[in-house]
Design a protein around this ligand. Sequence first.
Ligand SMILES: [Fe+2]
Length: 141
Amino acid sequence: MNRRTALKVAAVAALSTTMASAYDKKLVVNTMDIKLKDPANPTKGEQKHSPEIKLGSKDAKGYTVVEVNIGQAGIIHPSTANHWIYEIELFADGKKVSTVSLEPEISRGYLATRVNLTNVKTLSAVSRCNLHGNYTASINV
Ligand SMILES: [Fe+2]
């Protein structure tokens, strides 16, 4: 094996190791979109899964900090080996802004990014729980 081939083998081995550390997709057993029964009075379970979107400061280039926590009213969704938020997506007026993929236990349901909110009317976030499905929340900006 020459040096070039050895480097290729090492690169493929490193990539395989990285991919092997991702969560087991079989643990995602619920991909249904969940509608809140009474959006004005969410249950604790609904609050635990619903994104909470908060705006922070704007930088010199006009990008505003957007934070998404799962869930609301101080109720934090758990992150255990078999139950966690595996993905959060953020949309501005329906257009994708950011996606975060999360691992069980080591991370929990949180996304932060900077967004140019010029002409944006609504921010929406989707929280995906491996056991309880997909919850959406929106704010007007
Ligand atoms: Fe859950």
